[in-house]
Design a protein around this ligand. Structure first.
Ligand code: BTN
Length: 329
């Protein structure tokens, strides 16, 4: 159920100029006093809403406010991100999504936080998560697919974020296989998928995405490897718009993936943005290293690496960590 605050934001955003209080009352079926109260709350949350006598309300420049109403009012999906949990601060949105999964939250639930105090990267690394500057979000999914296919969903998310950035900002980014979104050879987005599974059955997946949105600088250690949308575009970006568009793209792509339970329907789009395509790569496998040229992916999302002798090896990302129930505690 959409809250009245979410509805008001949606209506005001879609109104050119002013909308009278009377009209808002009628559209929402609430009293003038109630409208006034919601407006007051929204202003307190940082929205610049002008109220002019005899004209009504007008939403001026929307600041980069992140909150449940702001995110929900932009959501154009059927099931992904229809339930949103927003936190000012959380340990990790992935961890929180797993908690919610254990409490039977439905597939498609979205967790967003303005800040993470225990942000997780891949391979046990820390994902630095300062407040108010980036996007930290996790989707909970309960897919009817075999556990060995879970890593493909991470690729689906990577592709969706690239498309969302393109649709919202008109910026072309690419993917460093399997799922880092990069721009000018620097990392912009990281994705961490975790799952709870039995041998042949996925209990749930949590797909966590960190987007460097409005950072203006990175630490000495990261500054050569990471960048942000703001640093690349020279202006801040609206995080809620990017979140909603990512959900829209993900829902569409996921439904294509679900039909075949592989990437055959998305390979072309993915390959079109693959930074490694026809580039030399070095494959580091435990106890085994080799080089070759990346020739794209197959329908399982494996990277096809052509070796010097002409043979092609399909490289599995192997980046999904399998966790048992409650193992995150
Ligand atoms: C990587 O190492 O590239 C993956 C980084 C994933 C970071 C995101 S931020 C939202 C979600 N919550 C986490 O703790 N990690 C992921």
């Amino acid at each position: 159920m959409e809250s009245n605050k979410t509805k008001i934001l949606k209506i005001l955003r879609n109104t050119d100029g002013y909308l009278s209080g009377q009209e808002l009352c009628e559209q929402l079926g609430i009293s003038r006093t109630a409208v006034w109260k919601y407006m007051k709350q929204l202003k307190e949350e940082g929205y610049e809403i002008q109220s002019v006598q005899n004209k009504g309300y007008c939403l001026m420049e929307v600041p980069d406010v992140l909150g449940e109403s702001e995110i929900k009012s932009r959501m154009e999906t059927q099931w992904v991100g229809q339930r949103v949990y927003f936190y000012e601060e959380i340990d990790s949105t992935n961890t929180q999504a797993k908690r919610l999964a254990e409490e039977d939250a439905p597939s498609g639930t979205l967790v967003v936080s303005d800040c993470q105090v225990k942000g997780k990267g891949r391979r046990g690394r820390v994902w630095t998560s300062p407040k108010g500057e980036a996007i930290y979000m996790t989707i909970l999914l309960r897919p009817q697919i075999r556990p060995d296919r879970a890593s493909m969903v991470t690729l689906v998310m990577g592709l969706s974020v690239v498309q969302a950035i393109r649709n919202v900002l008109g910026l072309e980014t690419s993917i460093k296989w399997p799922n880092d979104v990069v721009l000018n050879r620097k990392k912009l987005v990281g994705i961490l998928t975790e799952m709870s599974a039995q041998m042949d059955y996925i209990e749930y997946l949590v797909i966590g995405t960190g987007i460097n949105a409005n950072m203006t600088a990175f630490s000495e250690e990261l500054k050569d490897k990471a960048t942000s949308l703001r640093m690349e575009m020279g202006r801040p970006v609206n995080r809620a718009a990017l979140i909603a568009e990512s959900m829209k793209c993900f829902e569409k792509n996921y439904e294509i993936f679900e039909k075949t339970q592989d990437l055959s329907g998305l390979m072309e789009d993915y390959q079109a943005v693959l930074a490694n395509l026809n580039q030399p790569v070095r494959v580091l496998e435990p106890g085994h290293e080799y080089s070759g040229i990346a020739r794209g992916i197959n329908e399982r999302g494996e990277l096809l690496v052509e070796r010097e002798d002409g043979t092609v090896t399909a490289v599995y990302s192997g980046e999904v960590s399998v966790r048992g129930l409650y193992s995150y505690v």
